[in-house]
Write a protein that binds this ligand. Sequence first.
Ligand code: 3PY
Ligand code: MG
Length: 264
Amino acid sequence: MRMPLNAFKRALAEGRTQIGLFLGLGHAWSAEVLAGCGYDWLLIDGEHGPNDLRSILAQLQALAAHAEHVVVRTPDHDAARIKQLLDGGVQTLMVPMVATAEQAHALVRAMHYPPQGVRGVGTAMARAAHWNGVGDYFQHADSEVSLIVQVESVEGLAQLEQIAAVPGVDGVFIGPADLAASMGYLGQPGHPEVRTAVEQALTRIRACGKAAGVFTADPVLAASYQALGASFMLVGVDTLLLRGAASNLAGRFKQGAGASGAAY
Ligand code: 3PY
Ligand code: MG
């Protein structure tokens, strides 16, 4: 048995556009429903979504037969949790709240085996290695993992070039909601100053030669971010799609129904 290649990592390196969807419902069933809809990647959200290791594993299993690349967003920077997710078969991690190059270096170390990193060895228990069934696992494990760091604070923007330059960081993803909060505009990710900061950040990331990513549920904004060089985007959230569709249906029959809420 051979180690699967990380097609998403290659797409980011080659600048091929990757359109993705947030999975926040936290269940294998809904994750499987969303497979085959046409997205290039699906993000299982362990930061805000109601997920633990077992629910993430169940979603990975449900999505294994499908073409979408599955990325998992961690709740934090914990190296032990990162080890469990990699052992569970996640190849690409998105890590929130990265504000310094030191943090990015520590995350890269957590994802790599010694001597480059500090990832512990436990392939007998690892789905990623098909429980020692992948003969060449150690040859390829380090090169097939991929790290996306989220920069989403004023502090992080100040160190953007240094963060993007860290070897092992494959992409930098701007989080407009947290960035807005950090800039003093809590709940206003579409505020003109936040939008300008996002646009400048995307251009700066591209100038560093790294893949630039961002979330927006607004297709017009998504197109303008793409024009600025964003190559991987999250363009929607499963919870909001469900709520929006359900609210709109009710609105066709009942007055006062139909509002689907904010985009994120
Ligand atoms: C944010 O907007 O803060 C996110 O983390 C996702 O886009
Ligand atoms: Mg965020």
